[in-house]
Design a binder for this molecule. Structure first.
Ligand SMILES: C[S@@+](CC[C@H](N)C(=O)[O-])C[C@H]1O[C@@H](n2cnc3c(N)ncnc32)[C@H](O)[C@@H]1O
Length: 475
């Protein structure tokens, strides 16, 4: 971190702005918002500056002179906003000699502080800084955040200030205090009347809403990229007390979880080291019964090859309340990020999501139904089953020249898409050294990836050409 973000109390502090044009006017407005006393020094002032000075005669003094270093005395901070580099440098040197904070507009080297882009919902302030590298980027980020934030944040925060000692007196446990605050904030964001409601009515509504049992949120983390989380998933991760997560949940997504939540890994590290499903089920119940917000975070969508159903059955049996937040399943994520339309009017009228891995050894997959033209087959957990998939589909009548895509680590920066033919699938997996997680898509739509591929465009390997060459040389 090159800069320390701090908020400084500026009320009544004397500040100097050297300059009298448009940029100086902008800085003047910022300083006045923070209730500073501002002296402006410049041989001439723009009409805007003069108008502001007139309107805020108690807080602004204009001095119509050129800069001399001696003027810098007893100021809390100084801003140089002239278009003369020499003057700006003189201002910076003079201020730094006296250990006074100085900002020189558009000159990082001469500045000892910089001003961030600010979202002002006083008393709530959100500052975005690019460490001076790109104020334009900081402003763009501010615009995006501004758009997401509710309008009433300022009054909400004022009310929280008033409620704070009352919450402290009312609740003993830290978790109860926090849960009330979370309930209040969520309700108030959607309803202004909550902000103005009486304290007693607030406590009553809260009491009615919550029993002491917590809740389990079964949340889909999507296929990997954090930006593919849903807004609801992100909100829930931000208020989680405990998160039980799988191996497929990326670091990037774990970073989105509330800092002081407890993280419990319940995935599979190797074929020997994994947490038994029964233990995970029981953990969910135990944590919820402590009155906590428990998140069960799973890769992709929790209800697709994620044992979401089994966990919900267990929670129902133990009378624990739950909510399910869908996620983008690997099929959608990987296909979209590879330029593969899962359906296409010319090539595919239906999709099958198939697990290549089965609970017991019996084969319950209807290979005959799958080995048909004009459909797309998506195999989850199929990396080690390439030979079986290829043999079964061909034996049941699907052409061995059907195009197949294997997508490794889809949607992440390490994504690779390997196109091959059904007859060549096992050798494509081994020669390309494809690693888990990987998804296998079978069907003519996969050939469209060569035209429609847009993400990580260098990472599309068309192994079908190698297949064609081998086939030709054998003839
Ligand atoms: C246990 S299943 C979980 C599926 C998950 N619930 C979903 O909806 O995507 C795991 C399989 O999903 C596929 N998968 C998940 N994330 C993937 C990714 N980022 N890239 C490729 N395949 C992925 C792989 O086939 C992996 O073996």
């Amino acid at each position: 971190m090159d800069y320390l973000p701090i908020t400084v109390q500026m009320q009544g502090r004397r500040c100097l702005i050297v300059g009298g044009g448009e940029v100086a006017a902008r800085k003047l407005k910022h300083l006045l918002k923070a209730q500073s006393q501002v002296v402006m020094l410049s041989p001439c002032f723009s009409t805007e500056v003069k108008e502001i000075a007139l309107k805020h005669a108690d807080s602004v003094a204009l001095i119509g002179e050129t800069f001399v270093p001696e003027i810098i005395k007893d100021f809390y901070l100084v801003v140089a906003a002239t278009d003369d580099k020499f003057v700006n440098r003189q201002v910076s040197i003079a201020a730094q000699k006296q250990n006074i904070w100085v900002n020189v507009v558009d000159d990082l080297e001469l500045s000892t502080f910089i001003m961030p882009a600010v979202i002002d919902r006083s008393p709530l302030l959100i500052a975005v800084s690019s460490s001076g590298i790109s104020p334009v980027l900081a402003r763009k980020i501010r615009e995006k955040i501004e758009w997401l934030l509710p309008r009433n944040l300022g009054s909400l925060l004022e009310r929280l200030k008033d409620l704070r000692p009352k919450i402290k007196a009312r609740f003993e446990r830290f978790q109860d205090k926090r849960r009330f605050s979370e309930w209040f904030i969520e309700s108030a964001i959607n309803d202004d009347s909550v902000v103005s409601g009486s304290t007693e009515s607030l406590f009553d509504s809260y009491q009615q809403r919550y029993s002491r049992t917590g809740k389990v949120y079964l949340v889909g983390a999507g296929p990997g990229a954090a930006e593919l989380l849903t807004v609801k998933a992100l909100k829930i991760l931000q208020k989680a007390d405990v998160v039980l997560y799988d191996a497929l949940v990326s670091e990037e997504i774990l970073d989105c979880i509330r800092r002081d939540a407890t993280l419990i890994f319940v995935g599979k590290r190797s074929s020997k080291h994994f947490v038994a499903q029964e233990k995970t089920n029981q953990l969910l119940v135990d944590e919820a019964q402590k009155g906590l917000n428990v998140v069960r975070l799973k890769g992709g969508d929790p209800m697709i090859f994620g044992r979401g159903g089994e966990e919900l059955e267990y929670l129902t049996r133990h009378q624990v309340a739950y909510e399910v937040v869908p996620g983008i399943t690997a099929a959608s994520g990987c296909a979209s990020y590879s330029g593969i339309p899962l359906t296409h009017r010319n090539y595919s009228q239906s999709i099958h999501f198939v697990t290549a891995y089965e609970k017991d050894e019996g084969d319950r997959v209807d290979w005959q139904a799958l080995a048909k033209a004009n459909q797309t087959l998506v195999f989850y957990m199929g990396l080690a089953k390439g030979t079986k998939i290829s043999n079964k589909l061909i034996a049941n009548g699907l052409s061995e020249s059907t195009t197949v895509a294997v997508i490794e680590k889809g949607t992440t920066s390490e994504q690779r898409v390997i196109l091959s033919r059904l007859g060549e699938l096992p050798s494509a997996v081994s020669t390309q050294n494809i690693q888990a997680p990987a998804l296998i898509i079978v069907g003519e739509v996969t050939a469209l990836a060569t035209q429609l591929h847009w993400f990580n465009s260098g990472e599309l390997v068309d192994a079908r050409l190698q297949y064609a060459q081998v086939a030709n040389s054998a003839m």
